[in-house]
Design a protein around this ligand. Sequence first.
Ligand SMILES: [Zn+2]
Length: 462
Amino acid sequence: MTDARIDLLIKNGLVLTFSPDALTGAIIPGGGVAIAGDAIVAVGDGAELAKKYAPAKTIDAAGKIVMPGFIVTHSHMPYVLGHNMPVDFSQLRDFWDMLQKMGWEWLEDITTQEGVYAATRYAAVKMLKSGTTTVCELVEGPNALPGVLLASARAMEETGIRAQLGYEVTERVPGEHILKSASPANAARGLEENIAFFQRYPKGGGRIEGRLGLHTAFTNSRATMEKARQVADQYGVGIQTHIAEIPRAFVVEKHGMSAPRILEETGVLGPDVIAAHCIDLTDEDVEILARNKVNIAHTPMTNSFGGNGVARVPYMMEKGLNITLGHDDFFTLDISEYLRYTFLLHKAHNANAGLLPVFQVLDMALGNAARALGLEKQIGSLAAGKKADILIINPDSPTPVAPCSVLSFFDMTFQGRQVETVIVDGRIVVEKGRSTQVDEDETRLACQEQARLLWRKAGAMI
Ligand SMILES: [Zn+2]
């Protein structure tokens, strides 16, 4: 034993490094990870590491999987307040109705800072417990300005999750139809909210940092899009936006060109952009995104729910686009469901079982996502020098979980509740499947209370 003191040693696990990716990353039976402070010191044979290091704490991961934490690149955590809301679904005839009523009128436009805080706290705990250690969050809530980003960040900090967050810049006027009115002043308020946050949480300053939010090309003018790019560059943060969730024709009608085209013309697009959805795109639109090296946040469940169609993920991958996974928080917060849904959807949609093997889907929520966030040197794989964002999974499987089978485990059998221990920045934030940071019962009850208040305002029965 040397005197190489470390804080934590995980040993005896089936270690999956995912470094550099799921296909070529090492799979180490009897493996270990040595952690000092917030960083990984070494990854390798567990017995060797045990000889070399003197840990303050050891976790025996025999029979368990040790891997990097998952990363979700598109999220609206306050949407959990709308889960199961007893609304009259007969009013929702198409996606516009869903957006106008369910997304805005019944949810975003009446959300308060207290609601955002309670919902974000609840969602962050649920995401951590099911294996998501980093989230890119886009906060919406015109009546919770100013300061709503600080409320969101406070919840993130308390739970221990890693996050990039920003406020959605939009010229939309709450209560009015998006086709009939627009307010550059509303966009300016949104920009102010982002700027105030970037000043408080500067890029590279820690576990929580900014990423400017731009709602869509459809809800903003050229001038606002240009301004958004200027602000993102000034503070060195990337941009998160929605592209082509709605039919392409609507954007062409407003701007005389497609969303990718106007976003390119206004300078918004670039390798620091994460674009959610990307459904109704022509080959030329995809080419525009590819030449600007835009990152895609694929959100298959909300796209299915809204009847929006299926993004051409295999085609976009062929064109070299970096595909990641987002989820909008509309359904479960368990990453395993998004992995599996993505794994299956494109095979069914294209009648081709050869599409999207499991390693490609895992990369979407690991290395690809880390790259999209500009955090590829910090997270997304297990390697010396990276942040210690680590999962220990106790797999419940009818068959052996071994080096030859462990990747298939993730599309066949994995469920978030099998995640036992979650480490972020070297700190154990979930232990034995429970949050070590917040009282889970209190967190859930506080969220339910805020949901009750919001549902009353929305006129939903309660
Ligand atoms: Zn979204």
